[in-house]
Ligand binder design. Structure first.
Ligand SMILES: Cc1ncc(COP(=O)(O)O)c(C=O)c1O
Length: 469
């Protein structure tokens, strides 16, 4: 070995700096396999460092497998086999760089977001602190793979009071959001070569996930009359599992009419198939009575309810839940034991505390009132400013608004221009899988104050005029 230079610098112990230097020299091929290293004494003299640091560095490199010590002979660079060290072509993307900012995320990840400025941070912190003080073990220990028992009891009460569902905590499984819930259902219920039915248009993350699992979905067109039932065509497979958003179709809005719900429940019973009810934002109805959950009417135990805290609470919490029919509890437990549960236990007990303290319900009522005003402001603005261009059905629910555009409009280009101008919209056509795509814009309104909404619509008007076909 020729020059031994250690770039001594602050921040790292000397032995680690020696390690780094030697490791780099080995990986870059300057020190080839079999090369004998100088003795620790000579190395220390040449590099001007203490012998103790060199010995520690050699020991570390030996533990990592870079060098081998031979009794009475010295240390040698270990043969590395045929491992090629490839220099990265691109600089790795670092968190905090532009790539990770929300503006550049896929639009579906932001559409219909909650306004986190309204989050009751102080009340939440109090609940976390109380649990940390009184039962710190619950923040880290997994006792039950179905999730924290007190939280499941709180959710059962919530479902009874808000969704009219009578379920026992034993039927509730905590999940890491809705995609995790779906994965558990697919792994439990779908056998090889069985198919899944998805709404078209529908939730992009779900569609991407299903395709990524190697499944090829059967598309169920969502129309104003409700999502269509799977057709039974001789020689063609029908789905064994369908995922529906009956209380508020995503992304078009609108509730599935009662007759269509009954047809779906009958279909599931007759064909021994399953319905997954994705009830992602039913708390946000701004007029009339809440739409009851489809699962609440299921007498044959063929529907599974997926609840989410993403809309009422925060997407960052990454907690959702499943309500499974009693007959499925054991099978779901088996899936959890085979694939492990992904829901973090840490925030489950604080969430239970938050629900039991009443803060959770206060928060929902408060944001619902505010979102209702924002939604009204958006509807008025759209009617006034864009009445001649967009059309829409006002379903008085949800966290985003589907405004239809004429077929000749390039909604993707319009949405791109709007997002570049910081307006949270996405192109409706991108939510369709089939060829029959409706053009339009999905406009998020919860994250903006009334004045911002007025300003956004007038900017949107300018963009629409510029993008005129
Ligand atoms: C249709 C639909 N389902 C479910 C969810 C909740 O997803 P998650 O719980 O994975 O955040 C969302 C959130 O945007 C949604 O739009």
């Amino acid at each position: 070995m020729s020059a031994i230079t250690i770039e001594k610098g602050p921040g790292k112990p000397l032995y680690m700096q020696i390690c780094d230097t030697l490791r780099q020299q080995i990986m870059a091929g300057f020190l080839t396999p079999g090369t004998k290293l100088p003795s620790s004494r000579n190395y220390a003299i040449e590099a001007g460092v203490s012998r103790t640091s060199v010995v520690a560095a050699f020991e570390q490199l030996q533990a990592e497998g870079y060098i081998t010590s031979r009794q009475g002979s010295g240390s040698y660079v270990t043969p590395m086999g045929s491992l090629d060290v490839v220099e990265p072509v691109h600089e790795p993307r670092k968190p905090g760089s532009e790539y990770f900012q929300w503006k550049t995320l896929k639009p579906d990840n932001q559409s219909g977001s909650a306004d986190m400025r309204l989050f009751p941070y102080r009340q939440w912190a109090r609940c976390v602190a109380k649990v940390a003080r009184e039962s710190p073990e619950s923040l880290v220990q997994v006792i039950d793979p179905f999730g924290d028992r007190p939280l499941r009891e709180s959710i059962a009460r919530y479902l009874f009071e808000w969704r009219g569902m009578k379920v026992s905590p034993e039927q509730i499984v905590m999940t890491a959001g809705s995609i995790d819930a779906l994965e558990i259902c697919i792994r439990t219920l779908l056998k090889e070569n069985e198919r899944i039915g998805l709404e078209d248009p529908g939730y992009l993350s779900l569609r991407n996930f299903v395709k990524n699992m190697g499944l090829s979905p059967i598309w169920l067109p969502a129309t104003r009359e409700g999502t269509q039932l799977p057709q039974s065509i001789p020689g063609k497979k029908t789905p064994k599992l369908v995922v529906l958003t009956p209380s508020h179709q995503f992304p078009l809005g609108g509730a599935m009419p009662p007759g269509r719900r009954v047809e779906f429940l009958n279909w599931a019973e007759k064909t021994e198939s399953w319905i997954i009810e994705d009830d992602y934002d039913s708390e946000f109805r701004y007029a009339g009575k809440p739409i009851p959950a489809l699962t609440g009417f299921d007498r044959s135990g063929r529907s599974i309810y997926v609840g989410s805290f993403a809309k009422i609470y925060s997407t960052g919490l990454r907690l959702g839940f499943l309500v499974v029919p009693p007959a499925l509890v054991e099978d779901i437990g088996l899936t959890l034991s085979r694939f492990a549960c992904k829901a973090s236990v840490s925030m489950q007990r604080p969430l239970s505390e938050f629900m039991n303290s009443g803060e959770f319900y206060r928060h929902i009522r408060r944001v619902r009132r505010i979102y209702s005003e924002r939604r009204r402001a958006l509807v008025q603005c759209l009617q006034k400013e864009l009445g001649g261009i967009v059309t829409f059905d006002d379903h008085q629910a949800g966290m985003l608004f589907a405004a239809r555009l004429p077929d000749r409009c390039d909604d993707i280009a319009i949405a791109k221009a709007a997002r570049a101008d910081n307006i949270m919209v996405s192109a409706l056509s991108t939510y369709y899988a089939g060829r029959n795509k409706q053009r339009g814009l999905l406009i998020s309104f919860c994250v903006y104050g009334n004045e911002e909404i007025i300003e956004n619509v007038s900017r949107l008007k300018r963009i629409l005029e510029e993008c005129k076909p």
